[in-house]
Design a protein around this ligand. Structure first.
Ligand SMILES: N[C@@H](CCC(=O)N[C@@H](CS)C(=O)NCC(=O)O)C(=O)O
Length: 213
């Protein structure tokens, strides 16, 4: 069975857990405690030398990168509805996965660090960092908004792993203070994501971590 190594409260870990749930992929969860730095210990570095969660192991094959794990799990499970085999639809999903990792995640992450991580560590958010990132965030959110004006989900009329991947960096958007209401189609889509059972089943660990730490 697929082994996943992650801390359920972090962005990319929650992405993998929600994605595996959507795909119906059986897995065993190995908790790597992000807050005690377990992702920097030799036993985890042997699985993912990047020292970042999540990672997955299938037999003698170790895989890192949350989006690669979702692609692998989809093919492993034969979940074609969530990761279509049709060339153009698959390329479209791949495009959003790559865009999320390279462009969208770093922008949303700025808000997560300033408004969620720093307060957890009793540090003050730096408003100048937010002000600097804000125009870029709105530009990127506008790209999503325009896309979501044309269809219910990012790639057509059904949920795919692209939706889970792109939603993950906004997973605590209220705490992140992301100005979603300026982008009504994006706001509608995020509300739809939050209705998904796979999203709701992975919310508890996030809430617990943010309250307790
Ligand atoms: N591109 C990677 C990013 C993974 C990542 O940044 N994980 C964070 C938690 S969400 C982490 O473990 N950071 C620790 C570090 O990079 O030192 C992925 O999508 O899996």
């Amino acid at each position: 069975m697929l082994q996943v190594y992650l801390d359920p409260c972090t962005v990319n870990s929650r992405k993998v857990l929600a994605g595996l749930d959507l795909l119906g992929t059986p897995y065993e969860l190995n908790h790597v405690d992000y807050f005690t730095g377990a992702h920097k210990k030799p036993e985890f570095l042997a699985i993912n030398p990047n020292g970042a969660v999540p990672a997955a192991v299938d037999g003698d094959f170790a895989l890192s990168e949350s989006n690669a794990i979702l692609q692998y799990a989809a093919d492993l499970t034969g979940a074609d509805r969530r990761y279509p085999k049709d060339l153009k639809r698959r390329a479209d999903v791949n495009r959003w996965l790559l865009w999320e990792g390279s462009t969208w995640f770093p922008s949303c992450y700025t808000f997560l660090v300033e408004y969620v991580v720093k307060p957890l560590m009793n540090a003050q958010p730096d408003k100048s960092i937010i002000d600097k990132e804000m125009p870029n965030w709105h530009r990127l959110a506008g790209i999503l908004d325009a896309r979501l004006a044309k269809s219910d989900w990012l790639v057509g009329d059904d949920v795919t792993i692209a939706d889970i991947a792109v939603a993950a960096p906004m997973h605590v958007h209220k705490l992140q203070r992301l100005p979603l209401s300026d982008h009504p189609n994006l706001e509608r889509w995020m509300a739809d994501i939050e209705e998904l059972p796979c999203w709701q089943r992975t919310q508890g660990a996030v809430d617990r971590a943010l309250q307790v730490k």
